[in-house]
Design a protein around this ligand. Sequence first.
Ligand code: DC
Length: 215
Amino acid sequence: MNPGRPNIIIAIDGPAAAGKGTLSRRLAAHYGLHHLDTGLTYRATAKALLDRGLPLDDEALAADVARGLDLSGLDRSVLAVHDVGEAASKVAVMPKVRRALVEAQRAFAADPPGAVLDGRDIGTVVCPDALIKFYVTASPQGRARRRCEEVIRGGGTADIADIIADLQKRDARDAAREDSPLRPADDAHLLDTTEMGIEAAFEAARVLVDAALEH
Ligand code: DC
C-alpha cells in the first residue's frame, strides 16, 4: 500500500448467512486490511444487557452500553448464539444505539491502512465514501443451508425449516426498521452466492477491488 494514500475501505452488506463474513475475512487477509464484523458490535451490546439482567427496550441505557463497548474484545464464538442474535436485532432498531456504534465503526475504519467492514448499512451509512461496496445475497434456501452447516459444524443440531423461518423474521426486522434499513447502496456491486462457492465470490470481488485500486 502506498504511503500517503487514503485509507482503503471495502464495504460489504447483505442479509444474514449470505457469505459476507467469509468473503470479508478473505478480502481483509488478501489486501492486508483490518476487518470488522459490525454485527458483533450489535451482538455485544445486546449480550452486555442480557448478562447484567437489564431490559432490552431502554434506548438510553442500551446506548450507554454501546458507547462503552471495546471493539478489540469481540468474540464471535461467544456472541454467535441464537438468543444474542435475536436480542441484537432488537437493539439494532434504536437510533441512539446505532449512532454510538456507527461512531465506533468509523473510528475503526480510520485506522491505517483501512478496513473491510461487513454489516447491513456500511455502504449506505457507515462508510458511504468507501473505495468499493458489495451487496452479498443468496436465496433463503442457500442461506439456510449455509447456516445449518455452521450449526452442525459447531456440534449443534439444526432444522432447515426453522432456520428459514428465523432468517426471514430477522430479514424483515432488518429491512423494515426506519433507521438505516438493510438495502444495497446505489453504487454497490451485487454478488449472489447461491450457486457460487465462496472461492468464486472472492475471485469476482478481487477483480473488482483491483480495478478500483488502479483508479
Ligand atoms: O450479522 P449479525 O447476525 O451478526 O447481526 C446481528 C444483528 O445486528 C442483526 O439483526 C442485524 C444487526 N446489524 C445492523 O443492524 N447493522 C449492522 N451494520 C450489522 C448488524
